[in-house]
Design a protein around this ligand. Structure first.
Ligand SMILES: C[S@@+](CC[C@H](N)C(=O)[O-])C[C@H]1O[C@@H](n2cnc3c(N)ncnc32)[C@H](O)[C@@H]1O
Length: 261
């Protein structure tokens, strides 16, 4: 599991764009399932969902476990409410929001079911919880990072996996089951997909900034190994870049929604 400490600005300038691809679908789902206009985004990172929701006339606030994420969100939009709060105990009142969203967060917590229960608790009885999780993979960029790490001949730490009783299938049934096990009803799940085109140096700045699992691995290396990783990354992306210099990777996520109780 990735360590999100101190990476707010680096995440906002790099990997945040991956997750932004699902934001319109998340808000479409929320609007299809509630008439209310109060939204709480949990695990908000730099506040992408909150900012987009505000543009759609939601009264939106965001919380995140990581102080640097909240600081980045506040710096981007000082006019919007962002607070430090962590799943699975948000410390907020019951029935706080009409829509409670969690965009690529349930795949980063130790107990997704307990966290889903907490998302439901802070949603109003007629409200809706909407969440996304990558489909089938830990990250759609994983094959690229694996190729870079292999080419750089890097020993990487053993993968941190969830214990079997906390894990779930990264498909529509598996993520829907997380919400049902968390006590939600009227659960529906589908796969959304989009192409993510990135500028290689912008994404690499996120790795150098320690973002995501690959950023943690990079930060743990000596200078020579870091340089080797960078060379392999530039070779890999250079071979795949389009005429505009960007690399396109297909992204698929499970989007799930459910009602509290
Ligand atoms: C992949 S990022 C997604 C950020 C944002 N939702 C977006 O769409 O860009 C995962 C976020 O979840 C946050 N997070 C991780 N564990 C958390 C927890 N237990 N409670 C709240 N937020 C958490 C991280 O700090 C990070 O900002």
């Amino acid at each position: 599991m990735a360590d999100w400490s101190h990476v707010g600005d680096a995440y906002a300038a790099s990997f945040a764009a991956l997750c932004a691809g699902a934001v319109d679908a998340v808000l479409d789902e929320a609007e299809a399932r509630t008439d209310g206009r109060v939204l709480l985004d949990v695990g908000t990172g730099p506040g992408t969902v909150v900012i987009a929701a505000t543009e759609r006339n939601w009264d939106a606030a965001g919380v995140d476990a990581e102080e640097s994420m909240v600081a980045t969100a506040r710096r981007q939009r000082p006019d919007l409410p962002f607070f430090v709060r962590a799943l699975p105990h948000l410390g907020l009142e019951d029935d706080t929001a009409d829509a409670v969203t969690a965009n690529f967060v349930l795949n980063h917590v130790p107990d997704a079911r307990m966290s889903a229960r907490e998302l439901a608790r802070v949603a109003k009885p007629e409200g809706i919880v909407v969440a996304t999780v990558w489909h089938g993979v830990t990250s759609p960029l994983r094959p690229m990072w694996d190729a870079v790490l292999d080419a750089a001949a890097l020993d990487r730490p053993a993968e941190k996996t969830l214990p079997p009783d906390k894990d779930f299938a990264r498909d529509a049934d598996g993520v829907a089951g997380v919400l049902r096990d968390g006590g939600l009803s009227g659960v529906r799940a589908r796969v959304v997909s989009w192409d993510f085109a990135f500028e290689p140096e912008a994404l690499w700045a996120g790795v150098e900034g320690g973002v995501a699992t690959v950023g943690g691995i990079y930060r743990a290396q000596d200078a020579g190994t870091r340089a080797r990783m960078a060379d392999e990354y530039r070779r890999y992306t250079g071979e795949r870049a389009g005429a505009d210099g960007r690399v396109t990777v297909a992204h698929r996520a499970v989007l799930v929604s459910g009602r509290p109780g």
